[in-house]
Design a protein around this ligand. Structure first.
Ligand code: GDP
Length: 390
């Protein structure tokens, strides 16, 4: 699927940069155009893969290139001030060249949190192509302000896009020792999951292998639907690529009449990968049966993509999600040594993390109000003392 991707703010820019690397090294070709937008100059300078001409510093008259200090209202102002430059930069690619727009942002900060819904609204007004969000949720321990920013931004982002795909930083704790190592690991995971999804169906990467049942961009667009939240599950397994036979022969079993893999092992591997993808760590943990639409993609070497395995995994997913709309397909990649399953659950409603974030937002608002009141009282007391000393 061909995308024009916009990374807004620090997290948005870094994840866009990582997706570009994924796209280039794997020759998948799903990034048709990439633009990084930020109010902090140093964050833009730190990017590696986004071309210099596609980095845009916004809100200079408001924050002089120093960022918003985690204030989404300032982020919104910065984006509004330069909205024409932003749409011009995104519009450098012809809409006919892309299937959709994708706006990436950390929702807990300032520029991405406040600015992304404004950009989404404007793209929606100008273009007929769908506009999707990829929102990064702060982890719970980042504190009230981040969670409050994210809760508010998410509401607006959902209203201004066709679907917001969410990734919860808190559900992706890694072994990285420092915060930046942690983010590097997390951004790798984000790139693998969303990169695999968006590259599905891109013919260049398939290298002449025709998928049995291609997942094209319209299948992805229909699954993401119009309105709501999407989460993604991913699981993969290394396969033995030794052509020498022996263990491999026993592993692979015999081919069916289409020359496709139909052994019990390849079939079982697919069904177990799809179960792991759905019941393991989703990018946003939720109850799978609260989804309204689901999509399943299995990628890997063509001889490992057992039709029977994909069909029975789809049946299992239908029961597990209780969805009538479950799409499924394969994505043959000749040079891969892994079989991977991506499960997309769209229109999900039972999401404990969002409820928790809303509660933290209410607490944070109450805390801010208490602080405002005590500051006000302190001011009044100061006024009284000043009166008395006159
Ligand atoms: P902005 O530049 O004002 O839009 O703010 P940020 O993009 O820094 O947003 C802050 C949020 O993004 C926090 O919740 C961070 O946890 C998260 N964040 C910052 N950098 C990264 C990153 O590289 N990867 C991920 N996954 N999250 C990040």
């Amino acid at each position: 699927m061909k995308l024009a991707i916009v990374g807004v703010g620090q997290a948005g820019g870094k994840i866009l940069d990582r997706l570009l690397e994924y796209d280039t090294t794997r020759n998948t070709g799903f990034v048709e155009h990439a633009v990084a937008i930020n109010s902090a100059k140093t964050d833009l300078t730190g990017l590696t893969n986004v071309p210099q001409s596609d980095r845009l510093l916004v809100g200079q008259s408001i924050v002089s290139g120093h960022g918003t200090g985690t204030d989404p209202e300032i982020g919104e102002q910065c984006v509004r001030e330069d909205i024409h430059e932003i749409t011009d930069a995104i519009g450098r690619v012809a809409a006919s060249e892309i299937d959709a727009f994708l706006i990436i942002a950390g929702l807990g900060g300032g520029t991405g949190s406040g600015g992304s819904p404004i950009i989404a609204d404007r793209l929606g007004e100008i273009y007929a192509e769908p506009v999707y969000g990829l929102g990064i949720l702060p982890s719970t321990d980042e504190g009230g302000i981040y969670n409050r920013n994210a809760a508010n931004s998410l509401q607006r982002f959902v209203r201004s896009t066709q679907s917001v795909l969410l990734f919860d930083n808190g559900a992706a704790k890694t072994g990285g020792e420092t915060l930046s190592e942690g983010y590097r690991d997390i951004n790798d995971r984000i790139a693998t999951r969303f990169g695999t999804l968006f590259s599905a169906g891109e013919i260049e990467a398939m290298d002449g292998n025709i998928a049995e049942s291609v997942v094209d961009s319209s299948e992805i667009i229909n699954t993401l639907g119009d309105g709501g939240i999407t989460t993604i599950g991913y699981a993969s397994e290394q396969i033995d690529t030794d052509e020498g036979g022996g263990l491999l022969d026993r592993f692979r079993g015999s081919k069916d009449s289409d020359g496709l893999q139909s052994s019990g092992d390849a079939t079982n591997r697919i069904t177990s990968l799809v179960r792991r993808a759905t019941l393991g760590k989703l990018t946003l943990p939720c109850e799978p049966d609260s989804a309204t639409r689901a999509l399943l993609i299995v990628s890997g070497p063509p001889d490992q993509l057992s039709r029977k395995g994909i069909d029975s995994a789809r049946d299992w997913l239908e029961t597990e999600t209780d969805c009538r709309e479950v799409r499924a397909g394969d994505y043959p990649l000749a040079n891969e040594d892994r079989v991977a399953a991506i499960v997309v659950l769209s229109g999900v409603t039972d999401v404990p993390r969002i409820e928790e974030m809303q509660e933290l937002a209410v607490e944070s608002d109450a805390e801010i109000q208490r602080e405002d009141e005590s500051e006000f009282e302190a001011l009044l007391e100061y006024g009284d003392e000043a009166d008395r000393s006159e």
